[in-house]
Design a protein. Structure first.
Length: 257
């Protein structure tokens, strides 16, 4: 079943076309990766999906609804969550607090409302408990228990990446955009991340779109892969099909060698 669809998506900056009529479909609970050289338009596609950029043409369809024109907060409420190449967390807040911020779209009382009203209204207290239970489950899932009260600024880079992943999960997304999730991680952390991404798909029933330069990871966990260069679709298919495509080898895999 098609869950998420991009139709003829295009955008230009200063007269230069960054993404040129890109099309793809992602079935529900699948891992779909986008690969290509630096500057090929991968992150620009994510920026359009998440509402940071507005495409000049095309549609972004989630469950038969076109998201084009929606602001980022509305797109998040529709079920799209994202991590970034450059970590965007609150360094002087704890792991728990950063993950709680990921619950903001589900909070009737606001991010700080639960804490301020604790003990004064039973409904608010119940809401606070519910959100904390969800976040605690994510902390357990990502094995961050020992770090839950630590400031994010003091964590190793790889752990901060996990916290950002956890915050995205706290949004309870239908579609999760992972932009270079393994960047800065060592081999062991990358191996763990591969397992978590697969488990997220299964346990959280999330459709995952992945941008990643680590080809071992991409080929190991993707159901389908889209290769682009200069904002243009080169090919799409299974990992086995894509890695053998001569234009992919020339444009992307070849540069790795």
């Amino acid at each position: 079943m098609v869950h998420f669809k991009i139709e003829n998506l295009s955008i230009s900056f200063g007269g230069i076309t960054a993404v040129d009529h890109v099309n793809f479909e992602v079935e529900q609970n699948k891992i779909f990766s986008i690969i290509g050289p630096n500057g090929s338009g991968k992150t620009t596609i994510f920026n359009m999906i998440s509402g940071i950029y507005k495409p000049v043409s095309g549609r972004i369809i989630l469950d038969d609804e076109n998201l084009v024109g929606y602001k980022p907060d509305k797109i998040a409420r529709k079920g799209v969550a994202r991590t970034f190449q450059n970590i965007q967390l609150f360094g002087n807040a704890s792991v728990m607090d950063n993950l709680m911020l990921g619950r903001h779209i589900h909070m009737k009382t606001g991010v700080t409302g639960g804490a301020c009203m604790w003990g004064r209204k039973s409904g608010t207290a119940k809401e606070e408990i519910k959100h904390r239970e969800i976040v605690e489950n994510i902390i357990d899932f990502l094995e961050l228990q020992s770090l839950r009260d630590h400031f994010v600024s003091g964590l190793p880079y790889g752990k901060r990446k996990l916290v950002e992943l956890g915050r995205a999960l706290a949004l309870e997304p239908k579609v999760l955009l992972l932009d270079e999730p393994s960047a800065g991680m060592n081999t062991e952390e990358k191996d763990d991340l591969c397992i978590w991404i697969k488990d997220i798909r299964e346990d959280y029933k999330v459709t995952i779109l992945l941008i990643e330069h680590d080809m071992n990871m991409v080929m190991g966990i993707s159901d389908r892969i889209l290769a682009i260069n200069h904002g243009i679709k080169i090919t799409e298919g299974t990992p086995q099909e894509v890695q053998k495509h001569p234009d992919v080898v020339a444009a992307y895999l070849g540069e790795e060698d």
